[in-house]
Design a protein around this ligand. Sequence first.
Ligand SMILES: C[S@@+](CC[C@H](N)C(=O)[O-])C[C@H]1O[C@@H](n2cnc3c(N)ncnc32)[C@H](O)[C@@H]1O
Length: 314
Amino acid sequence: MKNDLHIPVLLNEAIAGLNIKSDGIYVDMTLGRAGHSSEILKKLNNEGCLICFDQDLEAIAYSKEKLSSISNNFQIINDNFRNIEKDLNQINISKVDGVLFDLGVSSPQFDEDYRGFSYRYDAPLDMRMNQNSSLTAKDIVNNYSFDELLRVFKEYGEDKYSYQIAKNICKRRETKLIETTLELVDIIKASKPKKELEKVGHPAKQIFQALRIEVNDELNALEEALEGAIKRLNINGRIVVITFQSLEDRIVKNIFKKYSVIEGNRINDYINPKDIKTPDYQVVNRKVITPSEEEVRGNHRSKSAKLRILEKIK
Ligand SMILES: C[S@@+](CC[C@H](N)C(=O)[O-])C[C@H]1O[C@@H](n2cnc3c(N)ncnc32)[C@H](O)[C@@H]1O
């Protein structure tokens, strides 16, 4: 194991954003190493309750012990958070007072060489957050058609050299299965011009991001989970979401807008005052919250974080 530590990102901002009441019901959709969950749990009394989701059994085993040392008002659900509605029904919870998403992978997942998330260590091409699911990065790289690879790389990686990379992957696998992260890194590097390789940032970052999103169906899961979580909020309940890349942030921004803005209520429209509809939700922070320079200095992984909050107001 490279590193067992995960430093929670935007911790104070996320906890403040949830506006926790001690007897409320809260859901941490991304338990990870329980950095945020521990702080939520500390704020709850015996009437309160914390429900945590994670699809990674290693994260659950570690965090169960950590949370147990604080109190026992918590329950962990080992499932994809896209199933929030079904899972809450199963434990007879209809409404909740706050939901937190801290998206992406945790530092231990990223650093663990055998999980294949990192372009820095050689490992089997895996990238599954849920180790029981079947699709791996190796399956995608070796079995997707050229067109499918191109779609994944363009849509989820936004890499300028997607075409060349997909082409070179197809060429290489004609002679040999592509099995490891560093084999893929070599193909990506060979697909980019020298001046591109000299730029700041790892040349494989965007393609690794694209594969991870495809393996874990991350964007669809996020949309489904947000819709489910929003429906389950009590009045004054809040959803706090921390994202780390623009595709996720765009989804959050658009869904929050859908619930907090009613089209047709523009100032210039003639609307009978009694017909003016007001939304059930409001965006709490017009300007997205980002980490302080101090936080970024202490935890480089927080650099791209963005936090948004939605509240149910009626
Ligand atoms: C960035 S980490 C969360 C870190 C946590 N907030 C902490 O401070 O320790 C994200 C976690 O969410 C989990 N995760 C990501 N997507 C998920 C999904 N769709 N369903 C369930 N768990 C998910 C990952 O397995 C990972 O453990």
